[in-house]
Design a protein around this ligand. Structure first.
Ligand SMILES: [Zn+2]
Length: 504
């Protein structure tokens, strides 16, 4: 877009702004809220954000298929979603958030092919193929996922977590509506959405439909009228698993659940929809086609935000090649879970972040340094020094610019190192910044173990010597050393994972 058009767009944003001109902002955050900008996959550019309803943001985040443990690539999606939510809240917006659990009907390929992932999970766990077992399997992995979110300090207060199997009637209702409006047709394996009836099909991410349609012609075996058509309702196979419906026993196609649950909980139109970049070509274009055809309203979602893939040791995460890491493994290796969060925030969400064990070490060191800095500011002499307002403005400006977390972290570190700023100001600013970053700075400084590398050399040596004494069961020597550590201003407590050392 040319500079002039961008200028016009900003004038338009001003005109519809309920708070009036920028100069009349009542608070600092109101002023910045109007500068909140996100890269919108729908338009292919960064745009000023505004919501349908004043001060309320309706947000739907595509959630996991709960047939197994979620690796850190999947979890990185929800750290991104959390930063998005916290940023919206930092701008005084109230967020109505939905994260769905797919516990039925997700085939291993998005294009209606392959094995059903839930069925695959049942078979793997040696469970009989029944709807009850499927629900139990879904609940087990949904609970493990929720525990991981909490470990990563992801805010789920007030978030709705609907399960697809609880929304079968709403999905049947939406498919029926699409059928009545002429957007669907029946084939041998189920009911399909007719993408030729939706003229804007493929607009999200500018999908090369001609390429897909021509490429697929050769192998077109199916009952689909076009290769981009997709299943709305899949009839039961040999296993007979499913729910009764007007089209016969079966289960909903994967895409319809998001459209139906989003509509049921948030209404016909929402402000933000998120997912991974792999959702753009099929899943999200299908959601748009279904929702807008069913409701007759456009757009389904005003903003579409997509996260790039996390890479592990420079390669694609893939269970099949063993290139996978789970959060439990990170914790077992002695890292605090929030060091992973720190590592993820070090890259912008639209660039493919890279996970390495070396990177985890560096992230842990930085995280503990931040905790220590906060602790120092907290106990410092508070008289004198300048205000941190310049850094506060920079932080919000960075985070409001399409969630620039690396830029925001850079502002944090510059402030921490800036000796002109008063300690009390730095402490308060860090608390405020952490409401977005979610690194647990105040809690970390109070209760987490201080990293060995950020400890005075002499204390580190005492701790190592005490560990050696304990290993040889020389308890009196270990006690002597504990007294010395204590005298140096540190407390040591023993745990299963080794000594936990805190500053007194
Ligand atoms: Zn979805």
């Amino acid at each position: 877009m040319g500079a002039f058009l961008e200028f016009l767009a900003s004038m338009y944003a001003l005109a519809i702004d309920p708070l009036g001109a920028w100069g009349q902002a009542r608070t600092e955050s109101e002023y910045h809220a109007r500068r909140l900008r996100f890269f919108n996959t729908l338009t292919g550019k960064k745009e000023a954000f505004s919501s349908l309803e004043k001060n309320v943001v309706k947000m739907y985040n595509c959630g996991p298929t709960v047939y197994g443990l979620q690796h850190i690539g999947n979890l990185s999606m929800f750290v991104f979603v959390d930063i998005l939510r916290r940023t919206l809240e930092y701008n005084n917006l109230h967020v109505k958030q939905v994260i769905n659990f797919t516990d039925v009907g997700h085939l291993s390929s998005d294009a209606d092919e392959g094995e059903d992932k839930m069925v695959k999970g049942l078979t793997r766990d040696g469970l009989a193929l029944t709807l009850d077992n499927m629900r139990a399997l879904g609940k087990k992995y949904a609970d493990l996922f929720l525990a991981d979110l909490s470990t990563l300090n992801i805010n789920t207060k007030g978030t709705a977590f609907p399960r697809a199997s609880d929304y079968i009637p709403q999905q049947i209702e939406m498919v029926t509506a699409l059928e009545q409006k002429g957007f669907a047709y029946k084939g041998e394996s189920g009911v399909y959405f007719d993408t030729s009836k939706f003229s804007e099909y493929g607009a999200l991410g500018n999908i090369d439909l001609r390429g897909i349609r021509e490429g697929a012609r050769v192998s077109a075996s199916s009952e689909k009228r076009s290769p981009t058509d997709f299943l709305l309702w899949k009839l039961s196979g040999k296993d007979g698993l499913g729910w009764e419906s007007p089209w016969g026993k079966g289960y909903p196609g994967w895409h319809i659940e998001c459209s139906a649950m989003s509509r049921d909980i948030l209404g016909d139109q929402i402000d933000i929809h998120t997912g991974g970049i792999e959702h753009i070509p099929i899943h999200h274009n299908n959601e748009i086609a279904q929702s807008e055809s069913a409701t007759g309203k456009k757009p389904f979602s005003r903003f579409w935000l997509h996260r790039a893939h996390l890479q592990i040791e420079g390669g694609k995460i893939a269970k099949s090649t063993g290139n996978t890491v789970f959060l439990s493994e990170i914790i077992d290796r002695g890292f605090p879970a929030l060091a992973l969060r720190y590592l993820l925030l070090g890259a912008h969400y639209r660039t493919p972040a890279s996970f390495t064990w070396e990177g985890m070490k560096a992230a842990q060191t930085s995280l503990y340094r931040l905790y220590n800095a906060y602790d120092t500011f907290k106990h410092a002499d508070t008289s004198g020094g300048e205000s941190a307002s310049g850094y506060r403005a920079r932080f919000i400006e960075r985070i409001n610019d399409d969630l620039d977390t690396p830029g925001a972290l850079a502002a944090v570190w510059e402030m921490v190192r800036d000796e002109k700023i008063s300690a009390a100001e730095k402490k308060d600013a860090l608390e405020s910044f952490d409401s977005v970053l979610g690194l647990g700075i105040a809690e970390g400084a109070n209760s987490q173990s201080v990293a060995l590398e950020s400890m005075p050399e002499q204390v580190r040596a005492l701790i190592t010597a005490r560990e050696d004494a304990r290993k040889t069961k020389d308890w009196s020597r270990a006690d002597e050393l504990r007294v010395k550590i204590d005298a140096a201003g540190f407390a040591v407590k023993d745990s299963e994972k080794g000594p936990i050392v805190t500053k007194k």
